[in-house]
Ligand binder design. Sequence first.
Ligand SMILES: NC(=O)C1=CN([C@@H]2O[C@H](COP(=O)(O)OP(=O)(O)OC[C@H]3O[C@@H](n4cnc5c(N)ncnc54)[C@H](OP(=O)(O)O)[C@@H]3O)[C@@H](O)[C@H]2O)C=CC1
Ligand SMILES: O=C1O[C@H](COP(=O)(O)O)[C@@H](O)[C@H](O)[C@H]1O
Length: 544
Amino acid sequence: MGSGQWMVEKRSSFRSDSFSKEYETVPETGCLSIIVLGASGDLAKKKTFPALYNLYRRGFLQSNEVYIFGYARTKISDDDLRNRIRGSLVDGAKYYLSILRDCGFLFSPFASLFVILYFGKDASEHSEDVSKFLQLIKYVSGSYDTEDGFRLLDKEISEHEVSKNSAEGSSRRLFYLALPPSVYPPVCRMIRKCCMNRSDLGGWTRIVIEKPFGKDLESAEKLSAQIGELFEEPQLYRIDHYLGKELVQNLLVLRFANRFFLPLWNRDNIDNVQIVFREDFGTEGRGGYFDEYGIIRDIIQNHLLQVLCLVAMEKPVSLKPEHIRDEKVKVLQSVLPIKDEEVVLGQYEGYRDDPTVPDHSNTPTFATVVLRIHNERWEGVPFILKAGKALNSRKAEIRVQFKDVPGDIFKCQKQGRNEFVIRLQPSEAMYMKLTVKQPGLEMSTVQSELDLSYKQRYQGVAIPEAYERLILDTIRGDQQHFVRRDELKAAWEIFTPLLHRIDDGEMKPLQYQPGSRGPVEADELLAKAGYVQTHGYIWIPPTL
Ligand SMILES: NC(=O)C1=CN([C@@H]2O[C@H](COP(=O)(O)OP(=O)(O)OC[C@H]3O[C@@H](n4cnc5c(N)ncnc54)[C@H](OP(=O)(O)O)[C@@H]3O)[C@@H](O)[C@H]2O)C=CC1
Ligand SMILES: O=C1O[C@H](COP(=O)(O)O)[C@@H](O)[C@H](O)[C@H]1O
């Protein structure tokens, strides 16, 4: 059996208990409507529609079963929306090609031949796919808190379902909220009131919501309660797109399907764990939004904490979403209160020059926070979560540093400790830094690596975008990679006291130069937590 088949089988068997009975007895035959609310916005344009397009291109969304509705307040036509989206589906030359095609210019055999000769067959097929995909999109305009727009939306969806002979109650409706969280409650109320599908014939209504899920424990709980009154937990898909990244999805396999790691993954062997997010650009264009949230709410409380859960959790009873999420909650609940002396905050110089950022903003654009997990496996092992904007590089990685070898006869501490690095991006890779004998006649040691670089190992394999996977999971009813309500609560419990101290101005960020590593105090904290930097390690990329 090929690996592709394995994936498909496994994924479908991951379905939550709550849905499995329904799936076993009633096949999903009804047509699928995907409704993107906030269709005129940035997230929809940059992430949601491109992910839908890629799913369409890869054959996971079939034109005979899916229809996509965009909904927003802006009064624009179907074509206006299509033209807005088009640019983010294709690059440069392909973009103009697809416009020409839609104008009818490229339908003559001569024109198509010209395109193939000039841009290549792939570009020609791509632009044709884009045009076909865009025809699957309809736009409905309306407000977020009144019934008129949602009734109109429901009418359009129902008409489409009827036109596809989809039996009443068997149709599937997926609402994707690409909206600011302030409008989640009214939008959810309107969907509940005007746009629900009857689910007794295998159909369903599901809601995808984007972070930020609140600003602290209290606001998150309020939001959860408001939405929870309208929808059952199995209908709610809280997206954290880091859970859709290839190497994040690999963590469970890596940890629990490899004998190597089982005995090593604990406080006896691991000295410290770093989970790092770095961006080499600032908050350009998003200063207003970012200033309200800051780096802890934007990256650490969600993306990095989710990664921490997968690194630190115990083995789940099975791969069922509820079993996995139960273990994530347990590890979150074992995190001790954060100590002020184990936090370094930073703000890059020039951040406040953004006209949308207040002159005296106290918002951190960088933070290093040490978390400590109070359980048998991890007592005493610092989990160092670090995130920053406008730094000297862009990367996201997990770095597991092992303890020194006891009774070291090679005196190889100078070479550095063993490290296991999982690089989530860019260029997915995992490598183990280890000490080996320097090849040659001398008996000396050197740091080298066992290297699994995805580009080399999996040549020709296109790694899907996180949003693609997660949207597909919502259609398949697999909640494994989505945040459950109690998980969210536990995550906010960890960070809320610290966030309140920052909001109240009790803790202040240190200034750092854009393009630097962040405040030097962060590296000092790292060293204090036990991290030993390896000096002199040189990686020689493999040549093909
Ligand atoms: N398959 C692949 O693609 C492989 C690539 N490599 C490459 O080889 C190079 C070296 O690898 P590696 O040693 O793992 O990674 P790095 O040299 O990038 O970083 C090693 C560690 O040192 C920290 N660090 C760097 N500067 C300082 C400082 N001044 N004070 C304190 N800490 C510091 C880093 O922190 P921080 O994260 O905050 O920068 C990181 O934790 C990298 O470019 C890596 O990508 C190596 C092996 C395989
Ligand atoms: O959620 C967010 O993530 C992006 C970084 O995502 P990535 O997949 O490119 O790593 C970050 O830029 C943004 O501030 C944040 O809101």
